[in-house]
Design a protein around this ligand. Structure first.
Ligand SMILES: C[S@@+](CC[C@H](N)C(=O)[O-])C[C@H]1O[C@@H](n2cnc3c(N)ncnc32)[C@H](O)[C@@H]1O
Length: 281
C-alpha cells in the first residue's frame, strides 16, 4: 500500500495505534482500499468512518481480504464504510480509467511507470499490451500520442472496463480491446513496434511470443519480480533476464537499455521494469 500524505484537519488528529494505518491506503477514483492488520480487526468500522471523514471525495471504503489471485491479479474486498458500486472512474495524467476494483486489477501506484512508458512512445507506433487489465497503459499512451494499441486481457470484466474507458477517452479505433488469452491472440498479431508485458510474476515466459510480434526493430517494456535486498535487485534481475533472453536469441538481438525498481510488492520483493531494444536477425 502506498503511503499517502495524511491531511490533518482540525479536530481529527489521528494518533496512537491507528495513525500508521491511516497513512497507508490506496485511493482509486472515489473508493478507498485499506489493509487492516489483525491487531485492529475489531476497529474496522471506526477506521472506515475516519477514512471517509478525512477524504471528502471518497464514498466507499473497502478492506483487503485474502491474497491476490494468480489469474486476474484481484483480491477479495469487504465493504467497511460508505456505499455504492465497486466500479469507479480514476483520473491519471489527463486520462480517465473505468475500474471495478472488486473484479479487475488496478494500482494507482503504477501511475509513474505508466507515464514513463507513455513518454517513450513515438507517433504512429503499433503497440501490443499483452496484459492490459482495464487498459490503463493503452489508454494513457493513445491519449497522449497517436498510436494503435492492441489491448488484450483474459478477464471479461477487465475488458468491459477497458471498453468503457476507451469510450470515455474517445479512443475508439486507437485502443482495440481484445478479450482472450494473450498466447493465442498475440500469435496472430505481427509487425508491432512495442510490446508491453505488465504481468511481473509470469512475463518472462512471454518473451518469445513478444519478440515474434515485433517487426524488424522494436521495444519490449518488460516487468519482472525479484526477491532480496533493494540495493542489488536490479543487477540480479538483469542477470536473470539476460539468461531468459538467451533462450529466445534465435528471434534476434536483444539489448536491455533501461532498468528500474517500480515498487515494493511484499517483504523484500520488488517489481522491476526493464526496457529492451530488439533487432531482428
Ligand atoms: C497486473 S494486471 C495488468 C495491469 C495493467 N497493465 C495496469 O496498468 O493496470 C495483469 C492482467 O493480466 C491478465 N492476464 C493474466 N494472464 C493472462 C493471459 N494469459 N492472457 C491475457 N491476460 C492475462 C489479468 O487478467 C490481469 O488483468
Amino acid at each position: 500500500m502506498s503511503r499517502i500524505p495524511w491531511k490533518q484537519s482540525p479536530g481529527r488528529k489521528v494518533t496512537g495505534d491507528l495513525a500508521g494505518i491511516y497513512r497507508s491506503y490506496n485511493i482509486v477514483g472515489d473508493i478507498i482500499i485499506v489493509k487492516i492488520p489483525r491487531s485492529l480487526e475489531g476497529r474496522q468500522a471506526e477506521i472506515g468512518r475516519l477514512l471517509l471523514q478525512n477524504n471528502h471525495r471518497a464514498r466507499l471504503v473497502l478492506r483487503v481480504r485474502g491474497k491476490t489471485t494468480a489469474e486476474t491479479r484481484t483480491r477479495a474486498l469487504e465493504r467497511i464504510a460508505g456505499n455504492g458500486p465497486t466500479q469507479t472512474r480514476h483520473r491519471e495524467h489527463g486520462a480517465v480509467y473505468v475500474v471495478d476494483v472488486a473484479k479487475v486489477f488496478f494500482s494507482p501506484r503504477l501511475s509513474h511507470e505508466r507515464w514513463r512508458v507513455a513518454q517513450q512512445v513515438q507517433p504512429g507506433e503499433r503497440i501490443a499490451n499483452m496484459f492490459a487489465g482495464a487498459g490503463c497503459f493503452s489508454i494513457l499512451i493513445a491519449r497522449h500520442t497517436p498510436t494503435t494499441v492492441y489491448s488484450v486481457d483474459s478477464n471479461r470484466d477487465a475488458v468491459e472496463c477497458m471498453r468503457q474507458g476507451v469510450a470515455s477517452n474517445r479512443l475508439a479505433g486507437r485502443v482495440l480491446p481484445i478479450l482472450g488469452d494473450s498466447v493465442k491472440v498475440c500469435s496472430a498479431i505481427k509487425g508491432i513496434d512495442r510490446v508491453i508485458l505488465p504481468l511481473p510474476a509470469k512475463a518472462d515466459r512471454f518473451l518469445g511470443i513478444a519478440s515474434q510480434m515485433l517487426g524488424r526493430r522494436g521495444v519490449i517494456n518488460h516487468y519482472r519480480e525479484c526477491a532480496g535486498s533493494r540495493s542489488d535487485c536490479v543487477p540480479r534481475s538483469l542477470k536473470d533476464l539476460e539468461d531468459r533472453l538467451a533462450r529466445v536469441e534465435e528471434e534476434g538481438h536483444f539489448e536491455i537499455v533501461g532498468s528500474r525498481v517500480v515498487r515494493s510488492v511484499g517483504p523484500r520483493k520488488w517489481h522491476i521494469a526493464h526496457d529492451i531494444l530488439f533487432r531482428r536477425a
